[in-house]
Write a protein that binds this ligand. Sequence first.
Ligand SMILES: C[S@@+](CC[C@H](N)C(=O)[O-])C[C@H]1O[C@@H](n2cnc3c(N)ncnc32)[C@H](O)[C@@H]1O
Length: 212
Amino acid sequence: MKKQMFAAAARRYDFLNTVISLGLHKSWRRWCVRRLGIGGLRCLDLASGTGDFALELLKGGAESVVCADFCPEMLDIARRKIGEGATFVECPAEELPFEDDSFDIITVGFGVRNFEDGKKCYREMRRVLKPGGRLCVLEITGGGGLFGVYFNRIMPHIGNFVSGTKAYKYLAESVERFDTPEEMVEKLAAAGFRTREIKKFALGGVTALVCV
Ligand SMILES: C[S@@+](CC[C@H](N)C(=O)[O-])C[C@H]1O[C@@H](n2cnc3c(N)ncnc32)[C@H](O)[C@@H]1O
């Protein structure tokens, strides 16, 4: 069901990301890549979608980038944008088709909130990340104030209208249901990750966790 929703939203996903983040989403991923310091490393971009995180990793000097996502329509767009620069793997985050200790870096942009079994996905990330490797999770974590008013009352109408889907009503609801940054830190710790830095964007509505 969710897979179909992402497939339906794929074509207008990039445009809508720019509209609903007021043009800021690329700068958040860029901050993450700078913090990870990825030059010359093997990277996995999980829930890669249309590949914007992968593009930032390549710009940052990654040796290789694997874009993994369960939605082929999203991956098709990533493939068109990135071309030969990356490898594209259609797979669920719950069961990654990679050997243990395969990657130096894992990024997940706006993905973990959508995973059916988040704890299992965190364990899979730990398994395929080399000891000493680094993980960056970027996620919408919501919150009150101006961000809440915009995100819950205004954003879903714009998103649903432009995309012609119900995906953006789902987006607001999924953020409301999802973990706080503190709960994410706890679940990551249970899977073996130590959170080294927490950075807030968008009046606190978006959070990046940098973990080892
Ligand atoms: C909101 S998009 C984020 C795309 C991209 N990472 C970005 O930064 O814009 C979420 C992506 O997660 C993927 N996804 C959701 N659940 C998944 C799962 N269980 N396994 C693999 N991919 C999943 C969707 O197909 C979609 O492409």
